[in-house]
Write a protein that binds this ligand. Structure first.
Ligand SMILES: Nc1ncnc2c1ncn2[C@@H]1O[C@H](COP(=O)(O)OP(=O)(O)OP(=O)(O)O)[C@@H](O)[C@H]1O
Length: 989
């Protein structure tokens, strides 16, 4: 193959190789070589290197340019690539055979400017060690102004980029400036400063540091800390893959993402950014995922493109009061170099693309993200959050890859614009739950029993998609297996179960009776509750000895196991503690709110109003003000925006609702006054009702002719979940009696099985049937089953892109057949196969008023179509049938045509993108011939040839009510298309 053909054929791979590290270094080195080989002229170079242009755009332009210059330039380009790319990437490209030999140009140039061009690669290398000196020489000789100096020295440039910017400036200053540069380099060489080639291979001390860092990262990441109180669990033994998805649609990737793809370029939406965000709900496994990445890196089994990985926890960074430089941050917070600190840091600065930073829990940082305070100099000291924000946005240490985790609610548009991509972590898949439980219980009999019990309680199974809940449920298997009918249904039930588990673990229950376990440990609950509550209000998740003392937490309280010692705190002399998991802190804070006599009467209303505060972006002082302890107020001087606090306050509010539910009220009887509890119940009920009404009031009036539709605002799902936790049908009924909409839209709302359970609990009380649109969530089969109790109030159900399989459909249809209102369903982009068509066929037979069935982009073949046709024969009502993007061929089309040809109801049929061919088209022509209702037939992309279209034309001759037949992208020549359009204008090509 010729070089230019190869450049064309491997374009995608070459682009990836040049740009995937996110650093411009590879591209710029290739440009240096092409300039030196005189394959590019200066103007070509300037056309590509337009400031501010995205890296990928520059690379694409270079590829276009070398292709237009012909085979020789392409051969030199490939040789340059071969020289520049690291071994691993070079192996991925088949460059051999087509590369030209790079020629070392003789130093017989007429001008210094030419020499700077033809010797550019080596001059860039030489300059890196003496940028300052060269700049000074240029300034002294009057060629460079202080602006030139500043532009070259911009700290966002790596040293090699600074060298190139210097040469670019010199080019515009003329021959004498070029002479100054060459003279300076020559003098420097003569005075004994060698070339800087060794900058590209790590210095010896660096390798020692790398070893030290990786063993410290490995030590930190090999155990899971929340097993600390009870047993040690190594990450290897328990780690279970979570579900990772790109937040944005991306054609390049099918199926779930792997761990390596988190840092890779796949799914990039902003090529200029270096920061990847992994977002996920509380307990979805973000910290554990990072921990896994750290461990794999430290062991050399993943992310080996990065020589260094620096892990940070925002929770720990909160306690850093000093101003630090990036160098201090790396060395003091991650790993201290024993020697040659400067040299190691210089290597990091010179090779940003070989370095990875991870920041866990951005939502826990006391300050909210802002890009106002710019900092570019890595040696300048600043408060830690300013360093962090500048690293994330890339004004500091451009080119270093960053992975940041956060709860989704805490990510505002300000941060989003600095992200190269966002990845959603959606907890465990159904098979992930099985896998986790089996790993958790080494005894397979126990694991089987736990799983069996989970599969008989769908609400609990839904909860187990959240890893933290799956962990609790597995941990409390004895309680779970012992509780029979009363097994947990709500998140609060699960947390009460672990409370009971830990308390009884400490002192097995003997004489105290069924309610005794709590009473016996009430003081401990009060102490931890106070600590948790005060921390939640001020985003404080790590507690000192003094904090514990202030809240009365004793050694015995610690021994129960809810508090664990914090790892890696900078001050070694005093102990620090944190809750096993932050959701546990929320739970104890909720216990405090429910049980304490001393909480302010506005605590509950303020807690529930956090959502409003978020939506109106008021400050979070309101909730903080209701905290009673003075010490806490002293400790929270920062003005953290409410948006960052809201997730944990919302979780606390959800627990408050759950703890005050009728099911649990008897628990509190012996702990506090019934009147106080009842008052709090009324307060919560009022807050929920008020919150709901506020949402309903915001629904706009419908435009004439359109249905009244409500798109869920943030917080709607949370309120629904609180109502579910309370388990009060009365509140649900009351809330729904005021909702007057025809269509309820909850697309992209993070709806998983747990949310489905809550939605069904509340929506079943709707007075009028609605269209329920849940597209683009993570409902899954478990969620579908959870929705069944509200199916009777759904006239249409939209579940596009929700990971639903045939099993989910089986249950859905069994119920749907009995629901009078249920008339439309849209299930495109799921995991359906032929097995589901049997159920749809039964549905069509049984429900003579069913109107619309859309199953596009699934895996249905001709066999499925035949099965479906069996039901279609009986349907006298179906108006819309969508089967696009499946694998239905001619026989399937024939079966469908046979069933539909005499239909008096069908208006619209789509078989786009199936491959029915001409035989299929001829069969479908019968529908046109005989049906008295069909208006639109969509047959785009179906390998139909002239024969097929001729059948359709014939059929259309007898039909006046068909409006259009879509035939784009079939096997027809331009001439045929023109000819047939003339014959039948209703054909659309
Ligand atoms: N992939 C996993 N494999 C095994 N266990 C997991 C996994 N992910 C999470 N867990 C369990 O769930 C617990 C909570 O997970 P983790 O702390 O990682 O969640 P998170 O998303 O960081 O939560 P938060 O946002 O509240 O900080 C872990 O301590 C661990 O016990």
């Amino acid at each position: 193959m010729f070089a230019h053909e190869l450049v064309l054929k491997e374009r995608g791979e070459i682009l990836q190789a040049l740009c995937s590290s996110g650093s411009a270094e590879h591209l710029e080195r290739v440009l240096d070589i092409l300039l030196s080989q005189e394959e590019l002229i200066w103007e070509d170079y300037q056309d590509i290197q337009v400031p501010g242009r995205a890296l990928y755009t520059k690379a694409r332009q270079l590829l276009d340019l070398v292709s237009t210059k012909g085979v020789d330039t392409c051969a030199v380009f490939l040789a340059a690539l071969k020289q520049v790319l690291p071994d691993a990437q070079r192996r991925d490209l088949s460059l051999s055979g087509c590369c030209a030999n790079l020629i070392d140009k003789e130093q017989s140039q007429i001008t210094c400017t030419q020499t700077l061009l033809t010797q550019r690669p080596s001059i860039v290398s030489k300059l890196q060690g003496c940028i300052d000196g060269t700049l000074e020489a240029l300034a002294v000789s009057g060629h460079f102004t202080s602006e030139d100096y500043d532009e070259v020295r911009l700290p966002i440039h790596t040293p090699s980029q600074q060298a190139r910017r210097l040469l670019d400036h010199v080019r515009s200053k003329g021959e004498s400036a070029a002479e100054v540069v060459l003279n300076y380099i020559q003098q420097r060489q003569e005075s004994g400063f060698p070339l800087t080639q060794e900058q590209l291979t790590p210095p010896k001390e660096f390798l020692k540091y790398q070893k030290k860092l990786s063993s410290s990262v490995s030590a930190q990441s090999c155990f899971l800390s929340n097993y600390g109180g009870t047993s040690h669990m190594s990450l290897d033994d328990i780690y279970t893959e979570g579900q990772l998805e790109l937040a944005h649609d991306c054609a390049d990737i099918q199926g779930p993402l792997g761990l390596e793809e988190i840092v890779g370029m796949v799914g990039t939406v902003n090529e200029d950014a270096d920061t990847v965000l992994v977002s996920g709900e509380a307990g979805s496994g973000k910290s554990t995922l990072l921990q896994r990445l750290h461990l794999l890196w430290a062991r050399g089994s993943a992310l080996q493109d990065f020589l260094l990985l620096f892990p940070f926890s925002c929770r720990r960074l909160n306690s850093e009061q000093r101003e630090l430089s990036v160098q201090d941050l790396l060395f003091q917070h991650c790993c201290w170099p024993d020697r040659e600190q400067e040299e190691i840091f210089q290597f990091v600065l010179d090779h940003p693309h070989l370095v990875l930073f991870t920041f866990d829990g951005l939502d826990e940082l006391k300050q909210s993200f802002s890009d106002e305070h710019r900092l570019c100099c890595p040696t300048q000291c600043a408060p830690v959050h300013i360093l962090l924000f500048n690293l994330i946005q890339g004004s500091l240490m451009k080119g270093v890859r960053k992975v940041v985790t956060s709860r989704p609610e805490a990510v505002g548009p300000l941060l989003k614009k600095h992200l190269c991509k966002e990845i959603l972590l959606k907890g465990f898949s159904p098979s992930g739950i099985d896998c986790f439980v089996k790993k958790h219980h080494t005894d397979p009999m126990v694991a089987d029993k736990v799983l069996e019990s989970l599969h008989t309680n769908n609400a609990l199974l839904g909860l187990c998609h959240s890893p933290v809940l799956c962990w609790i449920v597995s941990q409390c298997h004895k309680e779970l297996l012992g509780c029979g009918q009363g097994s947990p249904q709500t998140i609060t039930d699960v947390y009460l179960m672990i409370l009971q588990h830990f308390l009884q673990h400490q002192r097995p229950l003997q004489s105290t009776g069924a309610l005794g376990w709590l009473q016996e440990h009430l003081q401990m609950v009060f102490h931890l509750g106070k600590l948790a509550f005060e921390g939640i209000g001020s985003s404080c998740y790590i507690f000192s000895d003094t904090d514990l003392e202030t809240c009365g937490v004793t050694e015995n309280d610690i021994c129960v196991g809810f508090l664990i010692q914090s790892k890696d705190m900078p001050s070694a002399h005093s102990k620090h503690y944190e809750f096993l998991h932050v959701t546990m802190q929320c739970f104890f804070a909720a216990l405090h709110i429910v049980l304490s006599n001393n909480t302010d009467r506005s605590t509950i209303p303020n807690l529930f109003e956090t959502q409003d505060m978020k939506e109106t972006s008021l400050s979070g002082t309101c909730f903080r003000a209701c905290l009673s302890s003075n010490s806490q107020q002293e400790k929270a001087p920062t003005s953290k925006a409410t948006a960052f606090e809201t997730p944990n306050l919302q979780i606390t509010a959800t627990f408050v609702s759950g703890l005050l539910s009728g099911h649990h009220r008897s628990l509190w009887l012996h702990c506090c006054s019934t009147a106080m509890i009842e008052k709090k119940v009324r307060q919560v009920a009022r807050c929920l009702s008020k919150g709901m009404q506020k949402h309903f009031k915001s629904i706009p009036q419908p435009v004439e002719g359109e249905k009244k539709s409500m798109h869920a605002m943030p917080g709607f799902v949370w309120l629904i979940k609180c109502i579910y936790e309370m388990q009060e049908s009365r509140i649900a009924k009351d809330a729904m009696s005021k909702l007057e909409v025809d269509h309820l839209k909850l697309t992209y709302c993070n709806i998983g099985p747990v949310e489905c359970t809550a939605l069904a609990f509340v929506l079943q009380h709707l007075r009028n049937a609605v269209g329920l649109q849940l597209d683009n969530n993570s409902v899954g089969d478990v969620g579908v089953e959870q929705l069944l109790p509200c199916l009777h109030v759904c006239n249409s159900l939209y579940l596009r892109n929700n990971n639903i399989s045939d099993e989910g459909i089986r249950k859905l249809i069994a119920k749907g057949i009995q629901c009078e209102n249920f008339r439309k369903i849209a299930l495109f982009n799921n995991k359906l196969t032929d097995a589901c068509t049997l159920h749809f066929s039964s549905l069509l037979k049984a429900k003579q008023d069913f109107l619309s069935l859309k199953l596009g982009n699934n895996n249905i073949t001709s066999e499925g179509a035949k099965q479906l046709a069996e039901g279609l024969k009986f349907s006298h009502s179906l108006q819309h049938l969508g089967l696009w993007g499946n694998k239905i061929r001619d026989e399937g089309a024939e079966a469908l045509a046979g069933a539909l040809e005499h239909s008096k109801s069908l208006l619209w049929l789509s078989l786009v993108g199936n491959g029915v061919g001409s035989a299929g088209a001829c069969a479908l022509a019968n529908i046109i011939k005989h049906s008295t209702s069909v208006e639109e037939l969509w047959l785009t992309e179906n390998c139909i040839t002239r024969t097929g279209v001729e059948c359709l034309i014939q059929a259309l001759k007898h039909n006046t009510h068909v409006k259009s037949v879509w035939l784009r992208n079939n096997d027809l020549s331009l001439q045929e298309v023109e000819e047939m359009t003339q014959l039948e204008p209703r054909l659309i090509f």
